[in-house]
Design a protein around this ligand. Structure first.
Ligand code: HEM
Length: 404
């Protein structure tokens, strides 16, 4: 299948490229064409992988943890950096049974709806502060100046670390997951910085335990044995990484959509109670995350032979645009009532931070719409997107048309 939508002449069913700027910019027509053709698209690029695009297939693979392991979840394998230790440590997102369930259970109390509600007021204050910082400017960057600012400060509060280091965290996450997927040196450099930071934090918490997630992890046991230090470190790293560019991307995509759709913006300004419903629809339509799995045995899936060690991508955004499950899948129906999206994944690895992400998104949109009820894209062609593991706008200049 050659996707006319891409204009690249590439056969996307046998040679897709998730880092192709055309795909990063607008993957939806390509996924749509693939969905109508093959069950699993194939590429030899970036270490080789398979890519399903139908909801049913993506959900089935996410649930089949026996044949599809989480031990490698990056969309592209990282070439080892000479002289550096490349062995990943085990965090919940990268583990299978029997380790996954008990280790996941330990972090969940920090992410219940009640637990995250404690941060709602602080979240709103921060959002107001970011908008105050725009001053009188008519053109502002809604991604860099707003969406990107919030998640690192909230996760800092949960981990009990200095929120003033938020920009550093963002740099590390980008180095690790965004640039790092194609640049192993950037990745290892970020990992070394994260490791040093976490070692320092752990030493501090051992001496001064608090009510934060790091102290909690250090105090936990499984079957009477303390949680290994490597597991504590890996899960703190995960918290730092998993909650930042995902939520930043989702808030950014939501604002990008609203900037281009004044009718949706006007409706949410008039009916703020609709914001939580709109957030679900925006998560569906612009789901940021693609994960990967590794095939554990020679097998077949949807008629395709797969071999042990093969990488399979899980583009949750493609599942969420499947017309077999969603009516008018390519439209944002801002009050969509029935919405079984899997933006947070599906099965045992479903996002542990989904309540937190939702609270941040709802609060960020409410405050923005209250303060900036009318705005539009300064230049639609100037918006830049990151893609690969997490897709979202990185530069998003908007013109403020009215202040609330
Ligand atoms: C809109 C924002 C977010 C989106 C779209 C998102 C999406 C996802 C997805 C798709 C997965 C499933 C991974 C898999 O199947 O392999 C996941 C897992 C996870 N997410 Fe999120 N996430 C978001 C925000 C957050 C936040 C704020 C946190 C909090 C720190 C967080 C923590 C986690 C953790 C710990 C896991 C691993 C769960 C497990 O493996 O059991 N996420 N997320």
């Amino acid at each position: 299948m050659t996707s006319g939508a891409s204009g690249t002449g590439r056969d996307w069913s046998s040679d897709y490229d998730i880092f192709d700027p055309v795909f990063v910019h607008d993957p939806y027509p390509i996924w749509s064409a693939l969905r109508d053709g093959v069950s699993l698209a194939r590429t030899e690029r970036w270490g080789g992988s398979w890519m399903p695009t139908r909801y049913e297939d993506i959900q089935a693979i996410a649930h089949d943890t026996g044949r599809f392991s989480s031990q490698q979840i990056l969309v592209a394998p990282m070439p080892p950096v000479p002289g550096r230790q490349g062995q990943p440590r085990r965090s919940i997102i990268g583990s299978d049974a029997p380790h996954h369930a008990p280790e996941r259970r330990i972090v969940l109390p920090f992410f219940t709806p009640q637990a995250v509600a404690r941060y709602a007021e602080h979240t709103a204050e921060l959002c107001h502060r970011f908008i105050d910082a725009f001053g009188d400017a008519d053109v502002v960057d809604a991604a860099a100046g707003y969406a990107r600012q919030l998640p690192p400060r909230i996760i800092a509060a949960i981990l009990g670390v200095d929120p003033e280091r938020a920009d550093e965290f963002v740099g590390w996450v980008q180095g690790f997951l965004e640039f790092g997927l194609t640049d192993p040196v950037a990745r290892e450099d970020s990992r070394a910085r994260i490791d040093a930071f976490i070692a320092e934090q752990i030493a501090h918490r051992r001496a001064n335990p608090g009510a934060d997630l790091i102290s909690w992890l250090l105090s936990q046991q499984i079957d009477g044995a303390p949680l290994g230090l490597d597991i504590v470190e890996a899960n703190i790293t995960l918290m730092l990484i998993a909650g930042i560019d995902t939520t930043w991307s989702s808030i950014g995509s939501a604002l990008w959509h609203l900037a281009a759709h004044p009718e949706d913006t006007a409706r949410l300004v008039a009916e703020p109670d609709l914001v939580p419903t709109a957030v679900e629809e925006l998560l569906r339509a612009y789901s940021p995350v693609t994960m990967a799995r590794i095939v554990t045995e020679d097998t077949s899936f949807a008629g395709q032979a797969l071999h042990r060690g093969d990488r399979v991508l899980l583009p949750f955004a493609a599942a969420n645009r499947d017309p077999a499950v969603f009516e008018r899948p390519d439209e944002v129906v801002i009050d969509r009532a029935h919405n079984r999206h899997i933006a947070f994944g599906s099965g045992v690895h479903r996002c542990a931070g989904s309540n937190l992400a939702r609270m941040e998104m709802v609060t960020a949109l409410r405050v923005w719409l209250e303060r900036i009820p009318r705005f539009h894209l300064a230049d639609p062609d100037a918006v830049t997107w990151a893609g690969g593991q997490v897709r979202g706008p990185r530069q998003l200049a908007v013109v403020i048309d009215a202040r609330g």
